[in-house]
Design a protein around this ligand. Structure first.
Ligand code: IPE
Ligand code: IPE
Ligand code: MG
Length: 263
């Protein structure tokens, strides 16, 4: 108990250092390391995933409290279907339980749920629950929580390219009108701004087929902390680190300073 209140005061102190005017509008997280967390504790991988869900709750709550507008969580990649069936089944069960349990909380906190990925591949009961929670929470205006499920960026980009080709063929759009903005509008992430900050836990230095298009100018933050150990303090630390960065988008540092001075 004492440990918990000490932690809470640590988060408060860190939070006071955050500049509310420079918050990332959209944070995306590759939640990695559940299996290693479990192995270190001599537990089954499933236990690691179960503990990972507690971290999801904490991070969603913290983002909502801080006023982050969009949070995308990479929960299951299209490549994760290749894992042993027992692990895939357990992940699907945990996902459905999370959605069933979290529905009321999302509603109460005015959080809108969305999902990206090849959702047709999800088991029917998971898909039904997912679509129901998405429908129930569609009025949530305070934050958008996007779950990347059965998601793969290459799959998403190929789908977009095919849809553009079809629309050109059907005369809905002209070939010369296709540019990066138009391309973005064909992706499943079209309604959301690109992420400002990408966090990956467990220290892996790769994107693992996550939002390859959308992350073009995103600030990257990689921490060795394993996902089940990731706390609100870790999230705030990542935001503080982000706030120290100069985002130049190809321009020079002087140009960026001028732009800020003009504002
Ligand atoms: C992330 O943890 C969760 C999913 C990919 C579903 P992992 O299960 O990848 O954990 P590690 O990387 O094996 O430690
Ligand atoms: C990325 O983690 C996918 C999710 C976090 C859902 P992985 O554990 O699947 O990534 P790799 O295989 O180590 O690149
Ligand atoms: Mg992993």
């Amino acid at each position: 108990m004492r440990g918990k209140s000490k932690k809470a005061s640590g988060a408060k102190e860190l939070l006071s250092k955050v500049d509310p005017a420079k918050l990332p509008r959209h944070i995306a997280i590759i939640m990695d390391g559940n299996g290693r967390w479990a192995r270190k504790k001599l537990l089954s991988r499933i236990k690691g995933h179960e503990k990972g869900i507690d971290a999801v709750r904490d991070v969603v709550e913290a983002c909502r409290e801080m006023g982050i507008q969009y949070l995308t969580l990479y929960a299951f990649s299209v490549e994760n279907w290749r894992r042993p069936a027992s692990e895939v089944n357990a992940l699907m069960r945990l996902l459905r339980n999370y959605l069933l349990k979290e529905r009321d909380n999302l509603l109460k906190n005015e959080i809108r749920l969305k999902a990206i990925g090849d959702l047709d591949r999800l088991p029917e009961n998971v898909r039904e629950t997912l679509f129901k929670v998405i429908e129930d929470t569609k009025g949530g205006e305070k934050m958008t929580l996007i779950l990347a499920l059965s998601y793969g960026a290459r799959w998403e980009i190929v789908k977009a390219a095919l849809r553009i080709a079809r629309d050109i063929k059907e005369g809905k759009i002209k070939e010369e009108e296709v540019n990066p903005d138009v391309f973005s509008s064909y992706l499943t992430t079209a309604p959301f701004p690109d992420p400002d900050l990408l966090i990956r836990t467990s220290g892996e230095l790769r994107l693992s087929n996550f939002l390859l298009w959308q992350l073009a100018y995103t600030e990257l933050y990689i921490t060795p902390t394993l996902w089940p150990d990731f706390t609100k303090e870790d999230l705030i630390q990542a935001i503080l680190d982000y706030q120290e960065r100069e985002r130049r988008f190809g321009m020079t540092s002087d140009q960026i300073s001028e732009l800020h001075a003009k504002r």
